[in-house]
Design a protein around this ligand. Structure first.
Ligand SMILES: Cc1cc2nc3c(=O)[nH]c(=O)nc-3n(C[C@H](O)[C@H](O)[C@H](O)COP(=O)(O)O)c2cc1C
Ligand code: SF4
Ligand code: SF4
Length: 246
């Protein structure tokens, strides 16, 4: 069984690639939360999440604190663009049980407040090792190898300090939509934490904080959503993993 959270498709793609080889069931964390499903049993359980601010998205963090995976092989995969930080450390801490193996896969960095994904060439800079890393994970989990296989991770004491930046970064006051908004409602429909409501055909952020997954910004058809003044996010483009299923 594979459980994943994915805003822009990278982590979902890793889940699908592993499932293609292992034939395992794939479950979305957002669906599990909606169905209030927190108990899982299988002879192997994988959990896949993006890295946010050297730690975990609030959606994954809240889910891990409630989840009860029953298995003799529990593994964690972080997708990331620059460093998986201390995401493995936090996953084990929030799950409250030992993780058998830790893995990472480098993929395009969707934090376009900083990183440029505006051209195929810019995206390709992040994907040079992606397929080999996924293949290696499939080989390891098939043999139920145990240990630390994450690359580029950050020591836990540093990650704890750096992850503290997430709380301020995820204030919804950073997000707004400009006049190119066509009122399609896609941002509200897809938000994993129901932070957006449509009022008079325009998005209104109704929570003080969200997961800051940037799914709304990357998915918006006219690219109307921006972070802060939008200068950087506008220049750095929109990105959804080309294999994303929904
Ligand atoms: C709010 C936010 C914070 C992020 N922080 C990090 C980070 O600390 N390190 C990193 O390497 N990538 C970071 N990323 C990039 C994502 O971890 C990466 O692009 C991931 O593959 C996205 O997964 P998804 O497409 O499944 O949502 C961040 C992305 C977002 C939206
Ligand atoms: S997805 Fe974009 S265009 Fe559609 S309602 Fe949201 S902001 Fe407006
Ligand atoms: S409001 Fe946008 S950035 Fe925040 S959680 Fe919802 S989709 Fe993600």
């Amino acid at each position: 069984m594979i459980l994943y959270f994915s805003a822009t498709g990278n982590s979902q793609y890793v889940a699908q690639r592993i499932a293609e080889q292992t034939g395992e069931e794939v479950l979305s964390v957002v669906d599990c939360v909606r169905e209030e499903r927190y108990s899982f049993a299988d002879n192997r359980i994988g959990i896949i999440s993006p890295t946010y601010n050297w730690g975990l998205p609030s959606v994954a963090r809240d889910f891990f604190q409630k989840a009860k995976p029953d298995t003799d092989y529990l593994y964690f995969v972080a997708t990331y663009g620059t460093t998986p930080g201390g995401s493995g450390y936090f996953a084990q801490k929030y799950l409250g049980k030992p993780i058998s193996a830790f893995y990472s896969v480098r993929m395009p960095d969707t934090w376009t407040v900083l990183f440029d994904l505006s051209t195929p060439e810019a995206v390709a800079k992040f994907t040079k090792t992606t397929e080999n890393e996924i293949d290696a994970i499939i080989s390891h989990i098939t043999s139920k190898d145990k240990g630390q296989f994450m690359r580029r991770k950050t020591p836990a004491f540093m990650a704890k300090m750096l992850y503290a930046t997430y709380d301020a970064a995820r204030a919804t006051s950073h997000l707004s939509a400009d006049d190119s908004c066509i009122g399609c409602g896609l941002c509200a429909e897809k938000c994993p934490v129901q932070a957006i409501e449509m009022t008079q055909n325009r998005p209104v952020w109704v929570k003080d904080k969200c997961a800051m997954c940037l799914g709304c910004l990357h998915r918006c058809p006219p690219f109307a959503i921006r972070y802060d003044d939008g200068k950087k996010t506008r220049a750095h483009g929109q990105y959804i993993n080309p294999n994303m299923l929904n």
